[in-house]
Design a binder for this molecule. Structure first.
Ligand code: ADP
Ligand code: MG
Length: 248
């Protein structure tokens, strides 16, 4: 990838802190994370288990909100939108239009078939009524994605009838149904054997290159991290000095 300094950013994370409260006990997890993600790059955040990787992904994806300290306000800015200041409707909209999520454990709905699982993101985006009028185009996009990921023969299958690798490919198709600009992948190979994990990384790498997706991935695995354009470390609730890992 070309010189990072000449690239424009898609996401700016500043002074983000997050503390969970368990009854009276406070569990501080993120202590002031600063992070810039550039358009169309693949950035991986490497950190030990429990270091706050999923927490950070949830904040970036608008699934949760950071702590509020008026003297040191946290901000997450996506394009020209200040995510941390959005109301819940606008946040829902951000989540369903700009971001795709891929999780370690797929989070597919067991009662829906593969096609239904991929289309569900569009249903959330358009609402039930809106979905009905968009149904044809959504289903045809879902089928295209499933074909691209080698799952054409599986569209009527339920998740329980699929292998781990197939389930994750369904989850990737679901993440892409609304054509997000940014994919957030939380340990996407963490539940897969080495070879299957490798094939999922290939799918993601191809997507990122061909479709110009911005990809933010988190992992605890150095080897997986090394595939990205840029790797940063999450240590003690902060991001360590950003460094280039390898050029593509
Ligand atoms: P990672 O994804 O790097 O393994 P997490 O972000 O899941 O780390 O968790 C970081 C820390 O925050 C862990 O100590 C975890 O137990 C704690 N934690 C995560 N989610 C919650 C929650 N909802 N309530 C309380 N503590 C949590
Ligand atoms: Mg995690």
């Amino acid at each position: 990838m070309s010189d990072q300094s000449t690239q424009s950013s898609i996401l700016e994370v500043k002074s983000v802190r997050k503390t969970y409260k368990l009854g009276r006990v406070k569990v501080p997890v993120l202590h002031g994370v600063d992070l810039t993600v550039h358009h169309k790059e693949w950035i991986t955040i490497l950190g030990a288990s429990g270091s706050g990787k999923s927490t950070l992904m949830h904040l970036i994806g608008g699934l949760d909100r950071p702590d509020r300290y008026p003297e040191d306000p946290a901000s997450i800015v996506y394009g020209d939108r200040v995510i941390t200041s959005l109301g819940s409707k606008a946040l829902d909209r951000y989540r369903s239009t700009e971001v795709g999520f891929v999780f370690q454990f797929y989070h597919l709905l067991p009662e829906l078939d593969v096609l239904g699982n991929v289309c569900i993101g569009a249903m959330i985006r358009h609402g039930r009524l809106g979905y009905v009028s968009n149904r044809k185009s959504v289903e045809s996009r879902a089928k295209e994605l499933l074909e691209r990921f080698g799952l054409s023969e599986r569209i009527k299958h339920r998740p329980a009838e699929l292998s781990g690798g197939e389930r994750q490919r369904v989850a990737i198709a679901r993440a892409l149904i609304n054509e997000p600009a940014m994919l957030l992948a939380d340990e996407p190979t963490g539940n897969l054997d080495l070879k299957t994990g490798e094939s999922i990384l290939e799918v993601l790498a191809e997507l990122q290159q061909d479709s110009g997706l911005t990809m933010v991935m988190v992992t605890h695995d150095e080897r997986i991290a090394a595939r990205a354009d840029r790797v940063i470390r999450l240590v003690d609730g902060r991001v360590e000095e950003q460094s280039m890992s390898q050029s593509v």
